[in-house]
Design a protein around this ligand. Structure first.
Ligand code: 5GP
Length: 147
């Protein structure tokens, strides 16, 4: 997939937005949806996506939607830090297959980083559903209590 590939409305994140595929949702508003990565690179790995933009990557996204996306990314990063107490948080956003993008609906990765723990391989190992559910419950509570 090149940087200029057309948007495919059947991509997995578009299906999640439409409610056609499940996700471990942690936050939503009218512009932005956030859910746990199914193949996390660390505990708490969260994906933040625009809900109303058919944007493959950063080149396509309207400035207003980008601002909303990053505003929510900051809020969720704060909540992740409060709840999970990582020593660091890595934000990542890949554009084009050559850069590592595998799902072609723009998204931001929030990856908590824990001292002494390396980063898991990208999109490689599916997490235990019970662990994801438990994390989801903690994060939903924490995010709801944040402003
Ligand atoms: P990208 O490689 O495009 O930057 O990131 C796509 C991310 O989506 C990967 O981290 C991958 O683990 C995650 N992912 C792929 N399929 C699914 C899915 O069906 N559900 C969820 N929640 N995450 C997914």
């Amino acid at each position: 997939m090149s940087l200029h590939t057309p948007y495919d409305p059947q991509n997995i994140f578009a299906r999640i937005i439409r409610g056609e595929a499940p996700c471990y949702k942690v936050y939503e508003d009218e512009d932005v949806l956030a859910f746990l990565d199914l193949y996390p690179q660390s505990p708490g790995h969260t994906l933040v996506i625009p809900r109303r933009s058919a944007a493959v990557n950063l080149l396509d996204l309207e400035t207003g939607a980008l601002c909303r996306l990053m505003t929510v990314a900051q809020r969720l990063t704060r909540a992740l830090v409060e709840e999970l107490q990582p020593e660091g948080v890595q934000l990542a956003q890949f554009n084009g297959a050559a850069a590592g993008q595998t799902v072609f609906h723009i998204h931001v990765h929030l990856v908590p980083r824990y001292a002494g723990q390396g980063l898991g391989i990208h999109a490689a190992q599916e997490a235990d559903p019970d662990a994801l559910q438990a994390l989801q419950a903690r994060l939903v509570r924490r995010i709801a209590a944040s402003s």
